[in-house]
Design a protein around this ligand. Structure first.
Ligand code: GLC
Length: 663
């Protein structure tokens, strides 16, 4: 099966044809860059679009070149760009302009992200709009609304099985409501992130319906095999994503008379991105959502979009070329829009999603720091941060124009992505450490403070992932049931320490709805037949507004946690050192329970100090002085408590304390 067309890169690009709507009497230059420039120049706002083309046009051509027939796709792309630019309303054009003066807007330390399901937060989109005050109170500047486009009926993987990219799920509202919400968020200095599911569509999406009805054009949008030969071959190297409830990667479909590629659930049909029509459809969808007010698109399961026999079909080179081309299109038509990669992959495979080598600075601006997330939980369970320092220390440099999305919990399970070599380097066995973490966070391990559950136990590989809220995983659920006040305070401090690492690493901290109120697991998810078999709903609770309304009551658990998390966001704002352009070094200088985040910024040195254990620890202040903190005064300023810290020879640090120090 020749799924890759990379060989095309070597051939000289054939001449570009003018689109039907363009003035076709002038022949176009054969160089696709010049041809694109010329086509843009013919539209009313030609000079502006040409200026943007000069900046991003080559990124587009280089992204397309290894995969598509440029003369065939470029005119369609240009037509789409011109149409989208034409329809872009004045307020969004103003946003484009503002962001061209502030291209690092998503890297600034004022960024505080929040992810929520609109219905679970406030019923629907208008409900979210009515509760923006709550987000302002928390200091939120970036809102990720979980999937809200029209999903299939019946099970839909929390909305990740999209039936229409141009309609909102009716229960949540309409496209106009979404646009109104985006305007209101913008007025509150909050940018809006939406999901773009591009690996698959729902089996009820029009493309799938038409493929099933036998339309050849749409059959080519998918992968379908008449017999098991190819699926069997592919499955030899494909991982199983949902071995419990959706084993295998292909699903027989009677109407298609074949095995359809379905990496995730049987009703999520993988798209064939080698087909230029699929690329052009998504280019249009991106610009459509940008014009509705999206500031950022979260590229769902982006690793999976390119298939190659003999591989795990994740992170193939074409994934990055396609992302580069899509981003260039977005930047030419709607420069205010950025991309965020959701690639939950092994640590050494993560950085290419922010751009490496030929794609440096040309793909997604943001990527989830899955590895930091895993390492925070690992360090907490083992009371040992050496593995974190080792794993993060091996991360290659990321582009200075990118930002990590740092997080402790999201709507998904935690996959224990610990690299065997990293584990061995600090004296662990990778397999048994992963097993320990899964058991620890389920609450099965002696001494565990966590209450979670296994998600997708794979008997063949021994892999088991974990579900649970941050509060349940940090011990708040257990402490509440024990009634022990001391235990409860320790658990609150533990949750705070986790979020202080997330907010104090650099990049955009992404708070998952409910964590700020220490919401524990929602065991009622089993009563909803649609998702009773998917325990990721354990950590997707609904917003309890009575609790939220008493969030300023510092005598309650939720009040304490809310005020602490809000304080992290407000403190971050004042620390330019947390701007994402600077990289973080992770050090464990002395005691494995003390971890340092060191950021050398032109504004001055920043050192985050975290005690990830439940006991008092001491460490030598000389280490901080040698890093450059304190100078002659031998004092640093600790921002979270707003006080001086004397850098004594021996510094004592309380259990789960988090200090953000500058000189
Ligand atoms: C992403 C989503 C996850 C979903 C999967 C398939 O990983 O985060 O919730 O199940 O993609 O769309």
């Amino acid at each position: 099966m020749a799924l890759s067309k990379r060989s095309k890169a070597a051939a000289p690009p054939p001449a570009v044809q003018a689109p039907a709507s363009a003035v076709a009497d002038v022949s176009l230059p054969t160089d696709p860059f010049l041809a694109g420039r010329e086509l843009l120049g013919r539209c009313p706002d030609g000079a502006l679009l040409q200026t943007r083309w000069d900046r991003w046009g080559r990124d587009l051509i280089e992204g397309l070149a290894p995969i598509y027939d440029i003369p065939a796709v470029l005119p369609r792309i240009i037509e789409g760009i011109i149409a989208a630019h034409d329809q872009r309303k004045p307020s969004l054009r103003q946003r484009d302009l503002e962001r061209s003066y502030q291209p690092d807007w998503y890297q600034q330390s004022s960024m505080v992200g929040y992810a929520m399901y609109a219905d679970r937060f406030a019923g629907d989109l208008n409900g979210v709009r009515d509760n923006i005050d709550y987000l302002n109170d928390l200091g939120v500047t970036y809102l990720h609304l979980m999937p809200l486009l029209k999903p299939r009926t019946g099970p839909n993987d929390g909305g990740y099985a999209v039936a229409s990219y141009r309609e909102v799920k009716p229960e949540l509202g309409t496209m106009d409501d979404l646009e109104g919400l985006a305007d209101e968020l913008h007025g509150n200095d909050i940018s809006l992130t939406l999901d773009l599911v591009l690996n698959h569509v729902a089996d009820q999406h029009d493309w799938a319906v038409r493929a099933r009805a036998g339309e050849a054009k749409y059959r080519d949008y998918f992968f379908c095999y008449a017999d098991r030969a190819q699926p069997d071959l592919l499955e030899q190297t494909l991982p199983e994503i949902f071995p419990d409830f959706a084993p295998g990667s292909f699903t027989w479909d009677d109407d298609m008379r074949g095995w359809v590629w379905t990496t995730f659930n049987a009703w999520q049909w993988d798209l064939n991105w080698a087909n230029p029509d699929v690329f052009c459809e998504f280019a249009d969808v991106i610009l459509y959502l940008a014009n509705r007010g999206a500031d950022c698109l979260r590229l769902d399961a982006i690793a999976f979009i390119w298939k190659r026999v003999g591989t795990d079909c994740q992170g193939q080179p074409e994934v990055h070329a396609i992302t580069q081309a899509l981003r260039a299109i977005a930047h030419i038509a709607a420069p205010a829009l950025i991309l965020k990669a959701e690639a939950i992959v092994a640590p050494q495979l993560l950085v290419p999603y922010l751009g490496q080598g030929e794609h440096a600075g040309k793909v997604s601006e943001i990527a989830y720091h899955n590895s930091l997330m895993v390492q925070i939980w690992s360090a907490l369970a083992a009371r040992d941060a050496r593995l974190m320092a080792r794993a993060l220390g091996r991360f290659p440099t990321v582009p200075t124009t990118s930002a990590w999305g740092t997080y402790a919990r999201c709507h998904d399970d935690i996959g224990w992505a610990i690299d065997d070599a990293d584990a061995a380097a600090v004296g662990y066995n990778g397999f048994w450490h992963r097993r320990f973490l899964a058991d620890f966070y389920k609450g099965d391990h002696p001494g565990s403070f966590s209450r979670g559950d296994h998600f997708q136990v794979n008997e063949e590989t021994g892999d088991r992932r974990t579900s649970g809220t941050a509060a349940s995983m940090t011990g708040i659920e257990l402490a509440l049931s024990s009634g022990d006040e001391g235990l409860l305070q320790l658990a609150i401090d533990r949750l705070h320490c986790v979020y202080a690492m997330v907010y104090g690493f650099g990049g955009i901290p992404l708070l998952f709805m409910g964590d700020e109120l220490a919401l524990t697991n929602d065991y009622g998810f089993v009563d909803v037949p649609e998702h009773a078999d998917d325990n990721r709903w354990l950590h997707r609770p609904a917003m309890p507004w009575t609790l939220a309304e008493s969030r300023s009551d510092l005598g309650t658990v939720h009040g304490k946690v809310f005020s602490a998390v809000r304080h992290l966001g407000h403190t971050r704002r004042e620390l330019p050192q947390l701007h994402a352009a600077t990289q973080t070094e992770v050090l464990v200088p002395h005691d494995p329970a003390i971890v340092l985040f060191v950021r050398r910024h032109a504004a001055g040195l920043y050192v985050g100090v975290f005690n990830i254990s439940d006991s008092w620890r001491t460490f030598p202040g000389g280490f901080l002085r040698n890093l450059g903190l304190g100078g002659d005064s031998a004092r640093a300023f600790e921002h979270l408590q707003g006080q001086q810290l004397a850098l004594l020879d021996e510094i004592s640090i309380p259990p789960y304390a988090a200090w953000w120090l500058t000189a």
